[in-house]
Structure formats: structure tokens, C-alpha cells
Design a protein around this ligand. Structure first.
Ligand code: SIN
Ligand code: CO
Length: 405
């Protein structure tokens, strides 16, 4: 489809929620962003009325026991905390000391559970580039992870059970030394609430908080990511170094006799300063790095191979009948004529633009959209789009079927 049709194919109002959202306590997404996001906490009673959670204790323990899942078990004994990284063996639960409140945390629930992936969709008013994952915690009564702050925004959605949250805008975020977790040295709660199933608390970064389970409870955290300039620039320089091409070599045909052979020659210093000054970071290179960097899967992430071994025509037939969706582990972003998926760059031809933008936005393409796209530019689809989608399918980045059930 030509570029001019991109906006028609994916109207903005069909993608991001408009109007008052019960999820945000009746605020519109726009108002939430201008008044609360990164600014101040928001408590929403019954953000998801009747929310019964997404997983039970047995299911969570099965996930926590798996090698492919990031999990942690945190225990408290008086003022001390212990941290055990997963996988958490099934027998661990039998050996738990009832006097020590515990919390088990499972990261990236959206990779493992269709309902968790769907829950994240409700937060589409925040760019995909900023969303990290959905974490779930399951705590015994009095369990928690202690008073702390996070460097990122978080929505804490209460599942079954109740949790008392105490929060503080305190400036002092010094941490207790020698703890396996980030525990605030001094916590001065300013507000507190008991959250019941379906209630949600939004906290901006660095807001001190402490959640203590009143009963055995589950809490779902929608977490965000924000690259630090230190990491970003360091990675950018490493990446640029691989692409850098500087010809020639230092030469000194005008070398003058030097009084101190041990002195660093000034001309040599000037030469390298000039070389450095000649390096330019073009906007296009910065954008390309950003696309690759922000879609790079985390090091522990691997994409399970597709369960169906399909020929290219078999894949095409199945996709045209069932649609496709990105695997929940896939990260896809676009800007201008470029898109990036899982750390790789893919230029978008004019005929591919609408369909790839729709895939990046919606993370799925239904059969109708695929058929219409193919009918509009059959040559482009045959030569590049179908081979690309098939390669993504073979790599486990893309799945058949619009809905993950
Ligand atoms: C929890 O769910 O217990 C901890 C979540 C958080 O404090 O960010
Ligand atoms: Co926290």
C-alpha cells in the first residue's frame, strides 16, 4: 500500500484508548499522562472490577520451577531479608518456615501466559518502547519485598488477596548496606491504602513504597523501562566503533629533533584530537542504533521454534487464513521508512509501510489485512514481505493466528 494509505489503514483512534478509562479511575489517557505520569501517584479503586488474577499459586510455582522463567524467592526474618534466584524447586515450598513471610516474584509473565499478554494491551497508551513486562508476586501473609524505590514507573494491580501499600515522596533514598535487596535505610510513609482485588496504584520512578500482604495475595506489576544515558551512550560508542572506518595512519615527515625522546610528541596528540573531532554521529545512525537497541531482546530471552514446519506456500496459506501475531517476546518499533524487530533493522518499502506499521502498533495482522495488503502489491509481497514474515516465523518471532489462546 502506498505511504498515503498508512494513516487510513491504522487510524490513531483505533489504537490508543480515547475518553475516560475505568482503568485510570475515569481519567482519559491524555489527562493521566499530563497530570500523573512520572509526576505523582494515582490510586484507582476498581481499575479492573472483579479482577480475579491471571494465575493461581500452583501455576505460579510451576513457572517459578522452570529454567526459562526469571523468578526470585524473598524471605524476611525480622529485619533481615534473603533472596534466592530461580528456578525455585518444588520441594522449596514444603521447607518454608511459616514464621518467615515470603514472596515469590515471577518476571515476564506476559511471555508465558496469553491472559498476561492481553492485560498489557490495556496499557497501550504508553509507547511500546517504554513497556518492560508484567511481573507477578505471590506473598504469604506479612510477606513483601520491603520498603524500597524503583527506578521505573510501575502500575501495581492487586489480584486475589489484600495488600497494604505505604508510600512516600521522601528525598532520602539511601539503602541499607549488606542486604541482598534494595531496602531503604529510613522509610517515612506519608500515605497508605489497603488494595483489594482490582484496585491499582500507579507510582512514578523513585517513589518510596512498601507493600505488605494482609492475606495470601497476588500483585501484578506493569513495569516500564527507560535507558540510562550512561548505558545508552556506552553501547552506542561500542556499536559505532564496529562501523567506524578511518583511513590512513599517523605520519611525521616533518619530524623535528626532540630534546626529550621520552616526551609524548605534541603533533601525535594533535593528530588524534583532529581524528576524534572528525567523527560525526549522523541523526540516521543514532536513530538506527536506537531502533536496534530498544528492540534487542534481553540476553536470557530465546524464541521457541515454531511447532509447525511449513514450506513458504504452506506458511502463506496458513497466514492468509489465520492471520499472524508477534511472539510476546518480540519487540518491534518503527520510525519513518525503517522498522526494527528484535535488534535487527528492516527498511520499509513504500508498499510495505502500512502493513509493517500496523504490525508494530497492533502486534498482529488479521487475515483480512494480509489479504488486502497482498492484493494491493502482489510483487512486493512475493519478493520481500512474505519471505521476511516466513523468516520471522521460522525464527520464532512471529506466530500463526491473530489471537494467542
Ligand atoms: C511486589 O509485588 O511485592 C513488589 C512490587 C514492587 O514493589 O514494585
Ligand atoms: Co517496587
Amino acid at each position: 500500500m502506498p505511504r498515503s494509505q498508512a494513516a487510513t489503514a491504522a487510524p490513531a483512534d483505533a489504537l490508543v484508548p480515547r475518553g475516560r478509562l475505568p482503568l485510570l479511575g475515569g481519567l482519559s489517557a491524555r489527562r493521566f499522562l499530563s497530570e500523573y505520569w512520572q509526576k505523582k501517584p494515582l490510586l484507582v479503586r476498581q481499575a479492573i472490577p472483579g479482577f480475579a488474577g491471571l494465575i493461581d499459586a500452583a501455576g505460579l510455582r510451576r513457572l517459578a520451577a522452570s529454567d526459562d522463567v526469571q523468578s526470585r524467592l524473598i524471605r524476611r526474618e525480622g529485619r533481615n531479608w534473603s533472596l534466592q534466584h530461580g528456578p525455585i524447586a518444588a520441594r522449596t515450598w514444603k521447607d518454608l518456615d511459616p514464621a518467615q513471610p515470603w514472596t515469590v516474584l515471577v518476571q515476564e509473565l506476559n511471555f508465558h501466559l496469553p491472559a498476561a499478554d492481553r492485560l498489557l494491551e490495556a496499557f497501550r497508551f504508553i509507547p511500546h518502547a517504554r513497556i518492560d513486562d508484567l511481573m507477578v508476586s505471590h506473598a504469604s501473609p506479612r510477606g513483601g519485598v520491603g520498603p524500597h524505590f524503583d527506578s521505573y514507573d510501575v502500575f501495581l494491580l492487586q489480584g486475589p488477596g489484600r495488600r497494604r501499600w505505604r508510600i512516600s515522596a521522601q528525598e532520602d533514598i539511601s539503602l541499607r548496606a549488606g542486604m541482598p535487596l534494595k531496602i531503604l535505610k529510613h522509610f517515612h510513609p506519608e500515605q497508605e491504602w489497603v488494595l483489594e482485588p482490582g484496585d491499582m496504584l500507579y507510582l512514578p520512578p523513585r517513589y518510596a513504597h512498601d507493600g505488605v500482604a494482609l492475606d495470601e495475595c497476588f500483585t501484578y506489576s506493569i513495569g516500564f523501562r527507560a535507558p540510562s544515558p550512561q548505558e545508552w551512550v556506552a553501547e552506542f560508542l561500542l556499536d559505532s566503533a564496529e562501523r567506524l572506518r578511518l583511513d590512513g595512519r599517523y605520519a611525521d615527515p616533518d619530524l623535528q629533533l626532540q630534546r626529550h625522546p621520552g616526551a609524548l610528541p605534541r603533533a601525535l596528540q594533535t593528530f588524534f584530537q583532529q581524528q576524534l573531532d572528525s567523527v560525526r554521529f549522523e541523526a540516521a545512525a543514532v536513530r538506527d542504533f536506537n531502533g536496534r537497541y530498544l528492540t534487542e531482546p534481553k540476553p536470557h530471552v530465546f524464541f521457541p521454534a515454531p511447532t509447525e514446519d511449513l514450506s513458504s506456500s504452506g506458511f502463506r496459506r496458513a497466514a492468509l487464513a489465520r492471520g499472524v501475531r508477534l511472539d510476546p517476546r518480540s519487540r518491534m518499533l518503527f520510525a519513518g521508512d525503517d522498522c526494527w524487530c528484535n535488534g535487527e533493522h528492516f527498511p520499509m518499502a513504500a508498499d510495505e509501510h502500512a502493513v509493517l506499521v500496523a504490525l508494530a502498533d497492533r502486534r498482529r495482522l488479521d487475515a483480512g489485512c494480509l489479504r488486502a495488503g497482498q492484493a494491493a502489491s502482489p510483487d512486493q509481497w512475493r519478493s520481500t514481505l512474505w519471505p521476511m514474515l516466513l523468516a520471522w516465523f521460522d525464527d520464532g518471532w512471529l506466530r500463526l493466528g491473530c489471537d494467542w489462546t
